[in-house]
Design a protein around this ligand. Structure first.
Ligand SMILES: Cc1cc2nc3c(=O)[nH]c(=O)nc-3n(C[C@H](O)[C@H](O)[C@H](O)COP(=O)(O)O)c2cc1C
Length: 476
């Protein structure tokens, strides 16, 4: 097999792979295998499109959050020798015109609970939970993560996210929200406090030797003023792995100072290299080496026996992801007005958007709607696209499409040429979406010496090649 361009360095770099459990956002399609004429639910009028689609998805995928779905994907990832299994978090179901948003209809079970159950049916696989730093407390979360680390023999990871909006805050006792500017100061102090708690039990404390300072902590800061004794002995990893997933300058700085892994959206070679250089370049200021932080973009893949077949499958998946009604819902989020009377196969609405309106609540609209409207209008005009075709073309984020050989080659090129340290793979199907990748792509990566052929360590830190925090023996 030929080497990829730029792979002339003497040692090949090891690729790190993780599996993202799909289920929300329209990455996930809901029937397998993709068929050319997948049945589409017609958009109802006043009954509300979201409600109807919710019903459709729930009946088609009632088992989506069954434990068997989680175990299938986790076991596949472990068979593929992946570093970890990843669960996202949504603390408030997003809403569209007062109904549960189309993308959140499968619900959001709590990640650490699911991972604790998976710890019992897996042996090596890391278990990563996304947990918000705004609406939690260090003592409670440090305790849950240390417990997961114990239960799993050193496989726990925490993806620290910082969503801080008032809509989400309504779900919580402390309510309200955090000033956006404070989201990372709180997150940084949260992680620091959690690490103080994890360090409060020195390594090697024997059962019964609980005198002295064991478990004592005192953290007095801007966001947390806590003092007491931590209830969980030091866990196998010392510190569960910390993942970061925010993209602002502050987010990148937080990652450079604090995180072990970054989950990024920069999934093209050029954007990946830029991001990689930027974030790795920030590490030295914190006395850290480039290898201390792994950069792992979240990516999708579509495999085919030929390049043409893969492209065809990818196009069909896009059509399934953006059904006629999803196209209209997506457009309504941007336009801010009810567009239910428009034909998804007709042209973009010529009415002006209402940029102040809030049809959707929660993290559904990411970029500046004015810029989106302008670019979608230009795209539709240039290519003569309908509403649905425009949304399909403009919102597509399919990363690696091709034969297993081509996909293995591309993934390897990313890692050997400093665009990533590995990938968080987001399959399109639940729960079988990773099966083909593990069967057909993993062996090719192993053949070229870029991916492990067995687990050599037992903890997630070992899989990722991260140092083990030593902790101090303070229990005099
Ligand atoms: C790849 C990626 C995945 C994310 N996943 C989640 C998630 O599952 N739950 C969540 O509440 N926020 C998630 N976020 C949001 C971020 O953690 C962060 O809260 C938000 O992006 C604000 O930070 P920023 O301004 O630095 O981007 C994700 C962000 C990125 C880039």
């Amino acid at each position: 097999m030929s080497n990829s361009p730029g792979t002339s360095r003497t040692t090949r770099r090891a690729i790190h792979l993780a599996a993202h459990f799909p289920g929300v956002n329209n990455t996930t399609v809901w029937s397998a295998p993709p068929t050319p004429q997948a049945p589409q639910v017609s958009r109802p009028g006043s009954a509300g499109p979201t409600a109807e689609r919710s019903a459709t998805r729930q009946s088609a995928f009632g088992s989506q959050i069954d434990f068997s779905s989680f175990t299938h994907l986790a076991r596949t990832a472990e068979r593929g020798l992946f570093d970890f299994f990843f669960l996202a978090e949504g603390l408030r179901l997003r809403e569209h015109q007062g109904r549960i948003h189309d993308l959140d209809v499968v619900g959001r079970p709590e990640a650490i609970t699911v991972l604790s159950a998976l710890a019992a049916v897996t042996e090596h696989l890391g278990l990563a939970a996304t947990v918000n730093a705004t609406f939690n407390e260090p003592y409670e979360l440090a305790r849950r993560l240390a417990s997961l680390d114990h239960l799993s023999g050193g496989r726990a990871a925490w993806n620290v996210v910082t969503s801080s909006d008032a809509f989400t805050g309504e779900n919580f006792r402390r309510g309200g929200f955090l000033d956006r500017a404070d989201r990372y100061t709180r997150a940084a102090e949260f992680v620091a406090a959690a690490r103080e708690l994890w360090d409060s039990w020195p390594p090697g404390v024997e059962r019964g030797r609980t005198g002295g300072a064991t478990g004592s902590f005192a953290h007095h800061g801007q966001h947390f003023d806590i003092e007491g004794r931590f209830s969980v002995p030091r866990s196998p990893q010392g510190h569960p792995v910390v993942i970061q997933a925010g993209d602002s300058g502050e987010g990148r700085e937080f990652a450079a100072a604090t995180a072990d892994v970054v989950f990024t959206r920069h999934g093209t070679l050029e954007a990946g290299r830029e991001f990689y250089a930027d974030v790795k370049g920030r590490l030295a200021a914190y006395g850290r080496r480039p290898d201390d932080l792994k950069i792992m973009p979240g990516v999708t893949f579509v495999l085919g026996d030929t390049a043409a077949e893969a492209q065809e499958k990818a196009a069909e998946i896009r059509r399934q992801q953006i059904s006629p009604q999803t196209a209209l819902l997506t457009l309504e989020q941007v336009w801010g007005v009810d567009l239910s009377r428009y034909d998804p196969d007709g042209p973009l609405p010529d009415i002006e958007p209402d940029y102040e309106a809030q049809l959707s609540q929660g993290r559904v609209r990411q970029a500046d709607p004015r810029a989106i409207v302008a670019s979608w209008r230009a795209l539709a005009k240039e290519k003569g696209l309908s509403i649905r075709q425009t949304v399909i073309e403009a919102t597509g984020r399919q990363s690696f499409i091709g034969t297993p050989e081509a996909v293995a080659d591309e993934l390897d090129t990313f890692v050997q040429t400093d665009a990533a340290d590995g990938f968080i793979l987001i399959p399109h199907l639940t729960p079988g979406g990773l099966d083909d990748f593990v069967k057909r792509v993993v062996p090719l990566l192993q053949e070229r010496g870029s991916f492990r052929t067995r687990y050599t360590g037992s903890t997630l830190r070992a899989h990722l090649g991260l140092a083990q925090p030593l902790g101090e023996d303070t229990a005099a």
